[in-house]
Design a protein around this ligand. Structure first.
Ligand code: SAH
Length: 339
């Protein structure tokens, strides 16, 4: 089922659980929109009677190890808590995810039953018509694998990828998202809801903070090649399995799948919640906990370490890029209902 590069496990200072603040900001931004949408689009009477049960099953696809997933689940459940319902929450991620950290840090006072479900969300994970609400945040830009047969000199599909590389990435993304939607279409009951939150690029633009940061990862690798730390050919063989879709690209894949009605689809700007541009030094550290695994798997831990260390002195240049991109809304928020 493709490759997996879990977020850094445990809870030390480099771990994902201590370094997912930007993701938290991103989910805080959509909190109200999620709660409104649950009230507006979910007919709980209809769904529970068609399922023959007053249990609402929710799943978070790509939950990582917390704490954001707990906040997300709380947001989804809160508008429904006044009703006479029970909640079953499934936390999904790759098998290699640190589910121990996740499960041992579950909020002690939680209005739901919790279970972990390992496996790739690009395939089926649940029985037919068993889910009422599906949620996925900051996960669907991870491809099941890098596009094949692509020779990308810089190794990174940042903002300046040549046309054939960009096309290959789009094709892989469309195939993967298609699989995700097919699987969820089977699992989600008619009238059920799906929320997708992920990085995206406005139509007509090529750069966001994330792709700019990836460019700097590329510069850092090239630097290491010049210093003889890593072979240029190793860099050419590497393709980061991440694609940041355009808004229109996302809409096309969802419409092509045809099983879901698009209730809401827009770009938000979580950065507008912080005063001034993103703190580049902070982002550089934060992103490391999410990205280290994928570089270490290809280049080995030592090169990956040097690659990330080498990005730190580039922070002032990264900060300039972030300043220029601050006004751009780069987070996609999608609400779908299962037809
Ligand atoms: N939703 C959390 C975590 C995002 S990090 C938050 O908003 O903070 C992205 C997560 O997606 C990682 O834990 C990664 O392992 C997971 N992921 C990526 N591809 C996946 C796949 N194909 N199947 C399941 N999980 C996947």
């Amino acid at each position: 089922m493709g490759e997996s590069f879990p977020m850094k496990s445990g809870d030390d200072s480099h771990s994902y659980s201590k370094n997912s603040l930007y993701q938290k900001l991103a989910s805080d931004t959509v909190k109200e929109m999620i709660q409104e949408s649950v009230i507006k689009y979910l007919d709980t009477d209809k769904v529970t009677s068609s399922m023959g049960s007053t249990t609402i099953a929710l799943a978070d696809f790509g939950c990582s190890i917390g704490p954001n997933t707990f906040l997300a689940v709380q947001n989804l459940i809160q508008p429904l808590q006044t009703k006479n319902l029970e909640f079953q929450v499934f936390f999904n991620d790759h098998f290699s995810n640190d589910f121990n950290t996740l499960l041992t840090s579950l909020p002690p006072e939680r209005p739901y039953h919790a279970a972990a479900v390992g496996g790739s969300f690009y395939g089926r994970l649940f029985p037919r018509n068993s889910l009422t609400i599906a949620y996925s945040s900051q996960s669907l830009h991870w491809l099941s694998k890098p596009p094949q047969g692509v020779n990308n000199e810089a190794g990174i599909h940042g903002s300046g990828a040549p046309e054939p590389v960009a096309r290959a990435y789009s094709a892989q993304f469309e195939a993967d998202l298609g699989c995700f939607l097919d699987a969820r279409a089977e699992e989600i009951v008619s009238g059920g809801l799906m929320f997708l939150v992920m990085p995206a690029t406005p139509d007509g633009l090529t750069q966001t903070e994330l792709s700019a940061l990836f460019d700097f990862y590329g510069y850092s690798l090239m630097d290491l090649a010049d210093k003889g730390v890593v072979e240029k050919s190793r860099i050419e063989e590497f393709n980061l399995p991440i694609h940041i879709p355009r808004l229109g690209e996302m809409r096309e894949v969802i419409e092509k799948n045809g099983c879901f009605r698009i209730e809401r689809m827009e770009l938000t700007n979580p950065k507008s919640k912080v005063a001034g541009p993103l703190d580049a030094a902070n982002v550089v550290t934060h992103m490391r906990s999410a990205m280290e695994g994928v570089f270490a798997a290809h280049f080995g831990a030592s090169v990956a370490d040097q690659m990330f260390d080498n990005v730190v002195p580039m922070t002032p240049r990264i900060a300039d890029c972030f300043k220029a991109l601050h006004h751009i809304s780069n987070q996609l928020f999608v609400v779908l209902t299962r037809k």
